[in-house]
Design a protein around this ligand. Sequence first.
Ligand SMILES: *Cc1c(COP(=O)(O)O)cnc(C)c1O
Length: 370
Amino acid sequence: MIPFNKPYLTGKETQYIEDAVKLGKISGNGDYTKRCQNYFEDTFGFKKALLTTSCTDALEMCAILANIEKGDEVIIPSFTFVSTALAFIRQGATITFADSYSNNPNIDATKIEALITSKTKAIVVVHYAGVSCDMDTIMSIAERHNLLVIEDAAQAICSKYKGKALGAIGHMATFSFHETKNIISGEGGLLAINDDRFVNRAEIIWEKGTNRAEFFRGEVNKYGWVDTGSSFLPSEIIAAFLWAQIENLEDIQRKRLEHWNRYQESLKDWSDKHDIKLMSIPDYATNNAHMFYIICKSEDQRSKIIKHLKANNVLAVFHYISLHSSPYYQAKYQGKKLTNSDMFTNRLLRLPMFYELDVTEVISKILMYG
Ligand SMILES: *Cc1c(COP(=O)(O)O)cnc(C)c1O
């Protein structure tokens, strides 16, 4: 069976973990953590980068930093992973779900302004499949209404919007290194801060509400409890693993893009014939080949393709049951429909995508359908 995802190991992971163990400091915020954080700051232009134990955790830090309280409203796309909403729900927010574009699962920027009320505090955008949202429009709406913009860039490492790295545009952003993402550490994430106002507090929240990071830099002579927070930082063992991945980031991206381009070229005629749409990348965005998906003409057609591929030992999967239609949220939801989000729930299909993928094999199996 060709799996949908296979975590790629660069070969240096265990060597760096061994090194971290030998260095004798295996809790968080050590040498490997700093190396990773410096890399992200230098490469992508974040003001401050903090490794976290997951993207979910990084989103929780954003909700705390944004001072989200009971009664505050946060605008979030419905077509996303649970964590995007969960982090804000835990702080007591009311979620206002936004629809996708009809030809792109990202939040429809032209529909955001109508959702803003006097209680709205933040807009959380998700760069689905690593493809940028319309950030100029979103940032100018936020500025007009004095709102924070948080980028859920879990899938968006190395992607750009008009030449600028995703994650460096909003006030804060989050990334994931879960084993299904482009670079991985098993579980793992990153908080990127781009607004000076949040840098110091982010470090405190990260370290259980203490000013320990300042203490270790010698900026204060004792440390203690100064704010809310949690243990959001990963151990050096995780950071050492991630460093091996970072060292191979360019190679990983090159390989994934090769697969992506093969899919796009080889499936063109087949998709036309079956009334299926392939991914399209807006002019303002670049492609990081996090994912290759197709939009089937119906839910029924999608089921048939999944079945066909399974019979040919290829695993293709779909995801995101629109969050507004989830059992957890349904009770609170106003009953409005989000047509495009629901359409992607029913018709989007993801094809296998990972470093060691035999894309020729998968394509040949797909072309056997119909
Ligand atoms: C993967 C993902 C997350 C969660 O990341 P974790 O590191 O597993 O917490 C959140 N949002 C989106 C859009 C994702 O794809």
